[in-house]
Design a protein around this ligand. Structure first.
Ligand SMILES: Cc1cc2nc3c(=O)[nH]c(=O)nc-3n(C[C@H](O)[C@H](O)[C@H](O)COP(=O)(O)OP(=O)(O)OC[C@H]3O[C@@H](n4cnc5c(N)ncnc54)[C@H](O)[C@@H]3O)c2cc1C
Length: 462
């Protein structure tokens, strides 16, 4: 479906309405440049207009307007995806950052959260009640994008994916209807929202389960990266009690002030760990990892300590480095893969290069694979290969290196939706294999037959 470019005057005439609180920013407005900025640097995205509603009715008006105008719609929540903001410069972007309310029912252990909140803001708010919902590792990521993709973070093995704590959602569909969706109401749509991305509508509010979690023990351990230390820590993370989740970044140490200078430029493994069991037993659970570090030459940094879950969510990348990334699934990462990835990290001259390994298992596999649209629950590892540099031109030259290393580490077909960084239709098919794809296509035909929501990892209706 080709899009009709929007005239900014028509958007303003139709949607700028102070009474409803909606604001419209066009390229002529002072706030436009700041509003179009997203986290991934180097993505050139200039919508015809950015609409900022404050409630579901405002979102519905914007969707109806774009649909009637035949314009591409893109949805912006936390702004951390390089995908889906629309390559069409005539597009209308619905910016959800004004939908930032949160209602915590601490007694019922549930929360309603506006679709434009970040994982960090949400986790701080519920954390003040000693409660948590699993998100990722970065505070600035929007609850919108991460929830609709699945949500793999530091509570994955103990409490599951973000979608495993999703109880319901308020959704504006392509025809501007506002639906309340949960296991009883529109259950098939509820299935598709949990992993199927932004294909079916705009989620204006999410309802989450809250877990009692006043304290976790976690933080970053930095250890020398050798083939043995990498393979052993991955194996330990897989075999650990489910209360322990680890996200590993194997990288050439950047010259960051918190890393001792003698390690700058050397191969290191940044292990972000989270122990969500009895805090008294954290040291016992982490002892095998510390033993690996000792055998590899000694722990470089150990910042693991007790604290609220929200304190583990990091600020995210600083500055405007441009990155390219590939993503893979695997069942294990053995010595030969570890040797290869370390040799490749050493051979690249990218300003920043890293391989990230997220070890799943535990609670992720408690949920049947077909219970949600996240189809790869039995993958032991979700990984990513990244290279970053000062400009898009420079980074373009890193793509073959990223692609080759990603292919070498890939142990099985498929991808994790929230890590897919380009809109290649083949990737959508492997992300959603077999029956998952068929169910998503059927849902798309029901809720968005004209593919109004196509600026995403798209599931086309036909
Ligand atoms: C630094 C960084 C760290 C990350 N860490 C993790 C992590 O630990 N775990 C993990 O699982 N993922 C992680 N991710 C991936 C992240 O989950 C995805 O990029 C996600 O799409 C970002 O969501 P967002 O709302 O911030 O982004 P946006 O770019 O605002 O949204 C991404 C897309 O999601 C859809 N969307 C978002 N909100 C809504 C909504 N309310 N209704 C309908 N559609 C919507 C739209 O299609 C939109 O284009 C990380 C990404 C980055 C850049």
């Amino acid at each position: 479906m080709s899009a009709t470019p929007l005239s900014t005057a028509s958007v303003r005439a139709a949607l700028d309405d102070d009474a409803a609180g909606t604001t419209v920013l066009t390229p002529h407005d002072a706030g436009y440049e700041a509003a179009r900025a997203i986290e991934p640097a180097g993505v050139e995205w200039r919508p015809a207009a950015i609409v900022r509603p404050t409630d579901a009715a405002g979102v519905a008006r914007a969707v109806r307007f774009a649909r009637d105008a035949g314009a591409e719609v893109s949805v912006r929540a936390g702004g951390h995806s390089a995908l889906g903001l629309g390559r069409d410069h005539g597009a209308l972007t619905i910016d959800l950052r004004g939908l930032d309310t949160i209602e915590v029912d601490a007694a019922a252990r549930t929360a309603w959260a506006g679709g434009g909140l970040t994982a960090g803001a949400y986790s701080e708010a519920v954390g003040s009640h000693g409660l948590a919902t699993p998100f990722g590792d970065t505070a600035g990521v929007g609850i919108g994008g991460i929830t609709l993709g699945g949500g793999i973070g530091l509570l994955a093995r103990s409490r599951g994916l973000t979608i495993d704590s999703l109880l319901g959602a308020e959704v504006v569909t392509a025809d501007g209807e506002i639906l309340q969706v949960d296991a009883e109401h529109h259950p098939e749509l509820f299935w598709g929202l949990r992993g199927g991305g932004g294909n079916f509508g705009v989620v204006t509010r999410f309802r989450y389960a809250l877990h009692d979690l006043p304290t976790v023990v976690g933080g970053m351990m930095l250890l020398p990266a050798t083939p043995e230390s990498v393979a052993e820590v991955v194996a330990l993370a897989e075999a650990a009690p489910r209360e322990l989740t680890a996200i590993l970044m194997i990288m050439v140490a950047p010259p960051m002030p918190f890393i001792p200078a003698e390690w700058h430029g050397k191969l290191v493994m940044m292990a972000n760990v989270c122990w969500s069991g009895d805090p008294e037993t954290a040291d016992t659970a982490l002892a095998p990892v510390r033993d690996v570090a000792a055998r590899a030459g000694g722990t470089i940094l150990d910042m693991v300590r007790p604290g609220p879950y929200a304190s583990l969510l990091e600020g995210g990348p600083q500055g405007s480095i441009v990155a390219t990334a590939g993503t893979f699934l695997a069942d294990r990462l053995d010595m030969s893969a570890a040797e290869h990835l370390l040799a490749q990290l050493e051979s690249s001259d990218a300003m920043m290069r890293a391989v990230q390994v997220r070890v799943l298992g535990g609670a992720v596999t408690d949920v049947p694979a077909d219970a949600t649209a996240f189809a790869h629950r039995d993958a032991g590892i979700v990984g990513a290969v990244m290279a970053a540099g000062p400009s898009a031109d420079v980074v373009e030259g890193y793509r073959p290196w990223v692609a080759a290393l990603t292919d070498r580490l890939r142990g099985r077909d498929g991808a994790y939706a929230a890590f897919v960084a380009d809109g290649n239709p083949e990737l959508a098919r492997t992300t959603y294999p077999g029956a998952t794809w068929d169910r998503l296509v059927a849902l798309k035909r029901t809720y968005d037959p004209h593919n109004v929501f196509r600026a995403n990892l798209n599931v086309p209706p036909a």
